[in-house]
Design a protein around this ligand. Structure first.
Ligand code: TRP
Length: 356
């Protein structure tokens, strides 16, 4: 049954590695750092992996938030992913809350997680330090356990190809992935081999993009000023302005030098990734022209990339019924895999099967 449920297990026997990743719908738009650091690779991996991609709306409620904004942002997030090239015929895109097994498996895994073990998660320590004890929720504490459940639900069953489960994530998620691996091993050890131990996957071509105003810091919604971030859905005018006003360095050379020219180096990385031109070629092209022409051309490349994505996103959002239909399609496919995994898990942990 689960064989017919997923796009590429139709080609059963061929070892298509499975990939799972998630992104929070916490902003009104994704940004250039999300795009070059992760999302572009999600798109590419549709063709080499059996891919499951999840907008993790349940993770988004672990901190203070507005329900109406969450609803908008979840749809905007999904629409942007589709506009960037995610395709329900080649992968499975869904909203986490549409597949309640995520919460159910999180409960089981939470009962295998030590209190101290969860307390050692540095992201929890950082976030809870900012919120104070009264503002810190139990949901924020168990956030990494829900993340482990997200991933392990899509663990391929024995006999399903190579039983390979890859998770493309950035450096900041390494500890959460380590916990996921520990929980998979612990479950297998106590209850019998059930989960594939997933691998962190740093995708080829992922580029680390830094803040346009502070090029030594990562481009990030929580840390950067608006001037330091280029949003995917931003209007062309402000988009161009932000690139033109990006911090460069003293001197006039367009030269890749992480240590002494962090600003220009970041812009070269963006240019190279978006245009597909090696950095050395760009250095040659802009030898002696100064920063002005370089930035002007880069702004055009950024606009050429994001304009069609912005337009497709708005088109998708204009037909909410169709967008919701596409998401239901993803949820149906994800549910079939998740339901099968939970059947096995319930049995292994000793729950009585429901009679018919
Ligand atoms: N915690 C991840 C982040 O902030 C988002 C996430 C939730 C995720 N569940 C996941 C990423 C499962 C990979 C796999 O980036």
């Amino acid at each position: 049954m689960s064989e017919a449920s997923s796009p590429s297990s139709a080609a059963s026997g061929t070892a298509t590695p499975r990939v799972f990743s998630g992104i929070q719908p916490t902003a009104g738009s994704f940004h250039l750092g999300n795009y070059l650091g992760a999302l572009r690779q999600w798109i590419a991996m549709q063709d080499t992996h059996e891919a499951f991609y999840c907008v993790v709306d349940m993770h988004a409620i672990t901190v203070a938030y507005d329900p109406a904004a969450l609803r908008v942002r979840s749809r905007v997030s999904a629409a942007q992913l589709l506009a960037m090239g995610l395709d329900q015929d080649r992968s499975t895109l869904f909203l986490q809350s549409h597949v309640p097994e995520h919460a159910e498996l999180a409960w089981v895994l939470g009962s295998l997680t030590g209190f101290g073990e969860a307390g050692r998660m540095t992201q929890f320590k950082d976030k809870s330090a900012k919120q104070g004890t009264s503002g810190t929720t139990v949901g924020l504490f168990t956030y990494p356990v829900l993340q482990a459940a997200d991933i392990l639900l899509y663990s391929p069953e024995p006999g399903e190809g190579e039983r390979d489960l890859r998770v493309p994530v950035g450096e900041d998620q390494r500890q959460h992935l380590e916990l996921t691996r520990t929980l998979a091993q612990r479950f297998n050890h106590r209850f019998g081999d059930t989960f594939v131990v997933p691998e962190a996957h740093i995708p080829a071509g992922a580029a680390k993009i830094t803040d346009l105003q502070d090029p030594t810091a990562k481009m990030s919604k929580s840390a950067s000023s608006p001037q330091g971030i280029v949003d995917v859905l931003e209007d062309p005018g402000p988009m161009r302005k932000k690139i033109m006003r990006a911090v460069t360095d003293t001197g006039t050379d367009v030269r890749y030098d992480e240590e002494n020219k962090a600003g220009v180096t970041n812009l070269l990385r963006i240019f190279s990734a978006l245009e597909g031109t090696p950095v050395a070629d760009l250095e040659g092209r802009y030898a002696g022209t100064g920063y002005g022409q370089f930035k002007k051309d880069l702004a055009q490349v950024v606009l050429d990339t994001f304009t069609p994505i912005r337009e497709r996103t708005h088109k998708l959002l204009a037909d909410e019924q169709e967008l919701d239909r596409l998401l239901a399609q993803g949820a149906d496919r994800a549910s079939q895999v998740a339901a099968r995994t939970m059947e096995i898990v319930r049995d292994r942990v000793g729950f009585v099967g429901r009679g018919r």
